[in-house]
Design a protein around this ligand. Structure first.
Ligand SMILES: Cc1cc2nc3c(=O)[nH]c(=O)nc-3n(C[C@H](O)[C@H](O)[C@H](O)COP(=O)(O)OP(=O)(O)OC[C@H]3O[C@@H](n4cnc5c(N)ncnc54)[C@H](O)[C@@H]3O)c2cc1C
Length: 272
């Protein structure tokens, strides 16, 4: 019997079933006490309170409803996986979901760059094309470089997933999730800006793309949480040092080098 609330349940207003993640064993740590339960559409006790809509959508539109579960009785065979396995299942699904967000982001930023270049090559102000102005060239070059860096990061993450490198896939998926919000923000802003008033209007797709920027930094986990994952994973590859001074403390390194090469130093200065 499910009781509780969930804000933002994507597509639950029209999907054939909902996957509900709920605590089924409150006596163990939360990562072991949550299970996934399939709830067919129309089940009594699943009450859609409202659909808040995303920025740019009219209030009440959109497909990310706020749901209240009130004494929703679901048969035990609707358990997805085993009891307590929700976090493990979620990680498997979310990894794929995040790299998919990254691929869609790639398509969006490539489109934004195309529009930026077409505009720069077509619009004249003060007697010359935008494409001739150095600050515009900076916007184009920086966008191109960011997009290509991001594209390679996404491909590398996908390669780790394909190869079954669990640890690396985790690090790179989180890195991609952080970077997609940054690249989308930077490239769409520049493209929109280069289109002037037209870019701000509803007569180009750029303002709509701009509205997706904050979503990319929040949906499937906020940027900060993914940065924590990256940092933890990176830190696993290093060890603390003993004593007061770091291994790269230059006075110690110089002393070591002098001791190691003392013989040659003596030859060099003509002592032997
Ligand atoms: C379009 C969209 C669709 C969604 N669809 C679904 C769905 O289908 N199913 C589902 O379960 N959820 C869904 N979500 C919810 C989404 O997973 C959460 O919104 C997201 O995980 C952030 O949680 P929150 O909204 O509670 O924000 P909070 O957790 O309150 O975070 C708000 C802000 O606090 C800061 N913050 C949070 N945690 C940390 C931290 N550890 N360190 C430092 N700063 C931190 C960050 O700045 C963060 O942006 C969807 C969200 C969106 C926007």
């Amino acid at each position: 019997v499910i009781d509780g609330e969930k804000f933002f349940s994507s597509h639950a207003d029209f999907a054939d079933f909902i996957i509900c993640m709920a605590i089924t064993d409150p006596d163990v740590p939360v990562h072991q006490g949550a299970s996934m339960i399939l709830i067919p559409a129309g089940m009594p006790g699943v009450n859609i309170i409202r659909t808040p809509g995303l920025g740019g959508e009219p209030l009440g539109h959109g497909h990310h409803p706020y749901i209240r579960y009130e004494s929703c009785r679901v048969p035990e065979e609707n358990l997805l996986g085993g009891p307590g396995q929700a976090f493990a299942i979620a990680q498997t699904r979310l990894g794929g979901g995040r790299i998919h967000h990254a691929m869609r982001t790639m398509a969006m930023v490539k489109n934004a760059l195309r529009m930026m270049c077409e505009r720069a090559l077509s619009r004249r102000t003060q007697g010359e094309l935008l494409a001739k102005k150095q600050m515009v060239q900076d916007a184009i070059a920086t966008s191109f470089i960011q997009i290509e860096q991001f594209r390679l990061l996404v491909l590398y993450a996908a390669w780790h997933i394909d190869k079954g490198h669990r640890d690396e896939a985790r690090t790179f998926i989180a890195a991609v999730k952080v970077q997609m919000a940054e690249v989308l923000h930077d490239v769409v802003r520049r493209s929109l800006h280069l289109h002037g008033a037209l870019g701000c209007s509803n007569e180009m797709p750029l303002a709509r793309m701009w509205a997706t920027v904050p979503v990319m930094g929040i949906a499937d986990g906020p940027t900060e949480v993914h940065k924590v994952t990256v940092a933890r994973q990176v830190l696993k590859g290093y060890k603390p040092y003993e004593g007061l001074w770091p291994p790269d403390f230059l006075p110690d390194r110089v002393a070591e080098a002098k001791a190691k090469f003392a013989k040659f130093l003596d030859v060099e200065v003509g002592n032997l």
